[in-house]
Every structure is written in structure tokens, then in C-alpha cells.
Design a protein around this ligand. Structure first.
Ligand SMILES: Cc1cc2nc3c(=O)[nH]c(=O)nc-3n(C[C@H](O)[C@H](O)[C@H](O)COP(=O)(O)O)c2cc1C
Ligand code: SF4
Length: 438
């Protein structure tokens, strides 16, 4: 195990995670002692438009994967339109490897509740929803308890803190489908329909929940709002890089000594994160990793010093995504890992569009053939051709994301594929997997 050097420890910037280790951090009493609801008091004295401007000035970008500027999104909500407005928090967190939102809701649910109230006030919403993954029973329980505590203290409901502002907040548990994290599928699911993406335009900003103006934001995005209100835009921008401001929770999993969440200024490198996490497990050397979940192209050991912000990762040919860094070593097989991810995408494909529904089905079969020692050189062209027909031609991002590990593993680790095809690597799957498998 490597002990992190003081200069690397200094890279930690606990803002969203700062209360996680406090005793009973999830209770409102603890939260109030540690700055809790101070931002709400401040925000309710401000004009909603000034809050939107503050978030724009902070440069906050969505933490749900795409990095869309949050203030801009809030600014799209038409004002004075006479329609109800909604804030919907995306707490589905289904991307493989991603584990930042569930720990936040488990350890510090009031941070999200307070963010919801401020954001709803800014966009003039009288009703907000938190759509949480169905399996996350523990986090949902903590969240529901926090919402009740907030109602009891007058932070939710009618005439919040005598400001004249009313807000109802509902925690809704989904049924556990990855596609319901896609914001329009989420809205359909919330309305009681089968969760499938909607055609855009129109966008949720004008035709979202119940065809009304809606902001959909990630848990981490909304939980960032209270600290920005308290600390100001310049303080927020003092962390991170020019175009990727603020701290970010990086979740490390896989072959590291201490997997978990590490909150650092955006732009930290994997080399530094690994040092914070105690290094690679004994006997393992870094071989490949995802910078932001399984939907982001793989990176290799040569990318250890890439700044992990939106621009840095894009320049290296990948996507920052959800900052779920899954670490694989020289004892892991990139072909097999990609196969397992594809199984996931095939299983989770909602079936609405042909490229994703059919493409993933066939790619899984090709991988099984390769891993069972029966692949051909032509299979590699078939895989790339299939990806070409999925990427950019699918109805939503799930299809696009499914191709990431296929194309990037072929780019960096083609030899591993050839070793299966040419018989140098022993088959990982038995021939039985090729018969009648779905
Ligand atoms: C298949 C799929 C799954 C997604 N899952 C999530 C999720 O679990 N949580 C999330 O916040 N965003 C998820 N997204 C992104 C959302 O569609 C949306 O961009 C995000 O909630 C916007 O919030 P933000 O602007 O705060 O990042 C997913 C997108 C796709 C295509
Ligand atoms: S890309 Fe996949 S998940 Fe998205 S709409 Fe098409 S079939 Fe459904």
C-alpha cells in the first residue's frame, strides 16, 4: 500500500462529502450544526433570477454525465407562462461503476433536500420529485426520513421560513431499469408509463413532466447548489479548471487498495487518485480503466496523467461521464470485461430502436464466439461495423454508450482479441454459451 504524500492529500477538496463522516450526519440536527439550511435562508432573500445568475457565474456543470451548464438549463425554463414548473432530481444512478449519488443520499440526504428547495425556488417550481433507483432501499429510507424532518422544521410545505414560497417534495422509487436514468424515460416512468426515451424536441425545459416546463438534474448537481449559494461563484471557481469548475466526487473501484469516493478539484489525475486510494492492489499493474463509467471509452496506463475534467478527458479520446473510475490490471482481460458490459447493455436496452436492440444482441453473440475460441478475424470487422451502425444512429445515449468499450478496447487491445482468435489465449467461455443463448 502506498501512503499518499501530503501534496497529494491536499488535492482532496471535501465540499459535498465534508459531512459524511460526522456522527448521524443524515439527521437534521447534525446538518443544521454544520451549515445546514443556512444557504436556504440566504437564497430565499434573493430574487430567483439572481440565483440562476449565480449558478451560471459559478460555471457549475451537470454531474449526471453530460456536463451541461446548470445555470443555462435553469434559464431555459419559461417564466410567466402560467404553467406549473417542476424540478426532477435524477437519483437513478445505474451506470456501471458509478457510486457517488447513493452514498451522498445515504450519508447527507439533507444536502440534496436543501439543494432541491433552492433550485425549485429559482425556477419557480411548487412541486419537486426525487426519482431514486428502486433497489436503493437504504438510501430511499434515509431520504424520506430527511424530507419528513424538513417538513417538520418548516423547510418544506407552505410558506417556507415565512417567505411566502410553497414547495412539495416527493421521493419516488423507480423499478430499477438503467434506461430510466435517461431523463425523458425517467419522466415517462414518473408519469406511470413504461420507461422509454421521448423524441426531442420538444425538450423537458418546455415539455417535461406532464408536458410542463421541467428541469432534470443529477443528485450531485443539486447538492452543489447550497455550497455555491453560501460560498459564492468565485469560491466555487477557485476549485477545478477554467471550464470545469468546482470539486467532483470520483468513485474508484476495482484493483485498488482502498476503493471508494474521493472528492477532488476537477482536473485531478488518475495517478493522484490512485495514490489517494493506496495504490494498486499488491501484484497488480494498471492496464485499463474507465474515466466515467462503462459508457465512456476505455483509457490505458499511458493516460495516468490526463486531467480528469471535461476537456482533458475529451482530448484523450474519452468522456468524463460520471467520474466512475473502474480500475483493471494486467490480470484482467479487456475482451472479457467488454463482453460483460455488453451483456449489461443488451439486457438494459429498452428495445425502442433497432440499432441498439439488434446491434447489442448480435455483438454479445460475436463476443461469446470469440471468448469460446471460435472467433474469426472477420468478427473484429463485424464488431466495428456494428458499432458504426449504433453510434449516432440510436434513439438515445444508451446505444451510443454501449459501443464505447468495444471500439476503445479494439483500439488499445486488439492483440488480446487476436490471441483468442489465433488460439494463444485459452477460451474463457465454454461452447455451451453459443447454443440457444439469449
Ligand atoms: C442510458 C442513460 C442513463 C442515464 N442515467 C443517469 C443517471 O442514473 N443519473 C443521472 O443523473 N443522469 C443519467 N443520465 C443522464 C440524464 O439523461 C441527464 O443528462 C441528467 O440527469 C441531467 O442532469 P445534469 O444536467 O445535472 O447532469 C443517463 C443518460 C442515459 C442516456
Ligand atoms: S438506444 Fe437502446 S435504450 Fe435508447 S431508445 Fe434505442 S433501444 Fe431504447
Amino acid at each position: 500500500m502506498t501512503t499518499p504524500r501530503p501534496e497529494t492529500v491536499a488535492k482532496l477538496t471535501p465540499v459535498l462529502t465534508k459531512r459524511w463522516l460526522s456522527p448521524d450526519a443524515w439527521r437534521i440536527g447534525t446538518y443544521e450544526q454544520l451549515d445546514g439550511y443556512a444557504a436556504l435562508r440566504k437564497a430565499l432573500k434573493a430574487h430567483p433570477d439572481d440565483l440562476i445568475q449565480l449558478i451560471k457565474d459559478s460555471g457549475l456543470r451537470g454531474r449526471g454525465g453530460a456536463g451541461f451548464p446548470t445555470g443555462l438549463k435553469w434559464g431555459f425554463i419559461p417564466q410567466g407562462d402560467g404553467k406549473p414548473h417542476y424540478l426532477v432530481v435524477n437519483a437513478d444512478e445505474g451506470e456501471p461503476g458509478t457510486c457517488k449519488d447513493l452514498p451522498l443520499m445515504t450519508h447527507d440526504p439533507h444536502a440534496l433536500v436543501e439543494g432541491v428547495i433552492i433550485a425549485s425556488y429559482a425556477i419557480r417550481a411548487a412541486r419537486a420529485y426525487i426519482y431514486i433507483r428502486g433497489e436503493a432501499v437504504h438510501a430511499a429510507r434515509r431520504l424520506r426520513n430527511a424530507v419528513q424532518e424538513a417538513y417538520d422544521k418548516g423547510y418544506l410545505g407552505r410558506n417556507i421560513l415565512r417567505s411566502g414560497y410553497d414547495l412539495e417534495l416527493v421521493v419516488h422509487s423507480g423499478a430499477g431499469a438503467y434506461i430510466c436514468g435517461e431523463e425523458t424515460a425517467l419522466l415517462d416512468s414518473l408519469e406511470g408509463f413504461r420507461g422509454q426515451p421521448r423524441l426531442r424536441p420538444p425538450f423537458p425545459a418546455t415539455h417535461g413532466l406532464y408536458a410542463s416546463p421541467t428541469v432534470v438534474n443529477n443528485v450531485g448537481t443539486i447538492a452543489s447548489v447550497p455550497p455555491i449559494v453560501l460560498g459564492g461563484a468565485d469560491w466555487w471557481k477557485s476549485m477545478g479548471t477554467e471550464k470545469s469548475s468546482g470539486p467532483m466526487i470520483y468513485s474508484l473501484s476495482g484493483r485498488v487498495v482502498n476503493p471508494g469516493q474521493y472528492e477532488c478539484s476537477m482536473g485531478v489525475t488518475l495517478r493522484e487518485l490512485l495514490e489517494l486510494a493506496g495504490g494498486m492492489q499488491p501484484g497488480h499493474n494498471l492496464r485499463f480503466w474507465t474515466p466515467g463509467g462503462s459508457s465512456t471509452p476505455l483509457l490505458a496506463a499511458e493516460h495516468l496523467d490526463v486531467p480528469l475534467d471535461f476537456e482533458g478527458v475529451a482530448a484523450a479520446g474519452s468522456i468524463l461521464g460520471t467520474t466512475a473510475t473502474q480500475i483493471f490490471s494486467d490480470q484482467d482481460c479487456p475482451v472479457y470485461a467488454t463482453y460483460r458490459w455488453l451483456e449489461f447493455y443488451h439486457h438494459e436496452s429498452c428495445g425502442k430502436c433497432t440499432p441498439c436492440r439488434e446491434g447489442n444482441y448480435w455483438m454479445v453473440r460475436v463476443y461469446r464466439r470469440i471468448l469460446a475460441g471460435q472467433g474469426t478475424h472477420e468478427d473484429l470487422d463485424t464488431l466495428l461495423d456494428t458499432c458504426d451502425n449504433i453510434l449516432g444512429r440510436s434513439f438515445c445515449g444508451l446505444g451510443d454508450g454501449a459501443t464505447s468499450s468495444v471500439t476503445s478496447s479494439l483500439q488499445y487491445f486488439k492483440q488480446d482479441y487476436l490471441d483468442y482468435i489465433e488460439g494463444r489465449t485459452a477460451p474463457k467461455l465454454s461452447e455451451k454459451t453459443l447454443v440457444g443463448a439469449h
